[in-house]
Ligand binder design. Sequence first.
Ligand code: SF4
Length: 328
Amino acid sequence: MYDFRLNDVAEWVNRNGYSTVALQLPEGLKTFALEMIERLTGLTGASYIIIGDPCYGACDVSQVFGSFSDALVHFGHSEIPSLGEMDDVLFIEVRVDTELDHLLEEVLPSLSQRVGILATVQYIGLLPEVRLFLEKNGHEVFISNGDDRLKYGGQVLGCNYSSAADVSDEVDEFLFIGEGNFHPLAVAIGTGRKVTILDPLMNEVRNIDELRDRILRQRHGAIVKASDAQSFIVILSSKIGQKRADLASRLKAMIEAKGRKADIVVMEEISPDRLLPFDAEAYVSTACPRLAMDDYIRYDRPIITPVELEIALGERDWEDYEFDSISG
Ligand code: SF4
């Protein structure tokens, strides 16, 4: 099902003469690591080690591989262009090649005239054929490059939907190709447009409206609770692509200007347990937007995004709610 392009990896390792290479994989692909090492060892003269820590995105490229290896192969994500070139790091996107015709036929009767098409990197290679299919059926199709956090036109990250925002005034709705709900949720809340998901893994077409409304109700509840808090921990991620130090300082100053207490805690892996020693009534996360949106249930006090803090402190109206995003 997956193409890990191990011949390309081996060619890169041999060409650069690396002797020890670290492999970094997201959780869903880690089970393939040992098999990969066996194959790569046969194709190269190098030895391989695995980075065992969790990896959630290209924002999370190992910064310590140089202590025990010459190079790093990061699987499963495309690089984030705005983070710049990284020496001795190879990104191997893992594309999924699949048949979408039946899902496209299913969605066609209810599809609006002007459609923006989007995908995660695993399915980004399918966008040209989706475009062709929709245009043949009389639709106007829009794909935007978004900002420098995105490598491909039409690509969406959970923290960046600029490819959708760019064209949201021109389209009636978005068609998203990918798995899970978080990316399309970001688009739906971020743009206010209807989003229909074509999920090749589940082999289904689904709508995000009900989930969007439920999440917005939850977010409203978290904001109301946080608005009473007198003390806040502002969470700052040390991961290379999540680090928003200026934003964390700005939020701390904003909280203090309201006569409340704020402290910044820097962490790489963020979890409720790791925050327990710090006494505060609410958390504000400047790390990956998924933390507050997806994981809120794990926390015993409100955890909110920077935009939500502005609303909680009366600096922004609920009507101007925005989905948290990290721009390129
Ligand atoms: S910050 Fe979160 S959503 Fe963005 S790339 Fe990293 S893991 Fe994905």
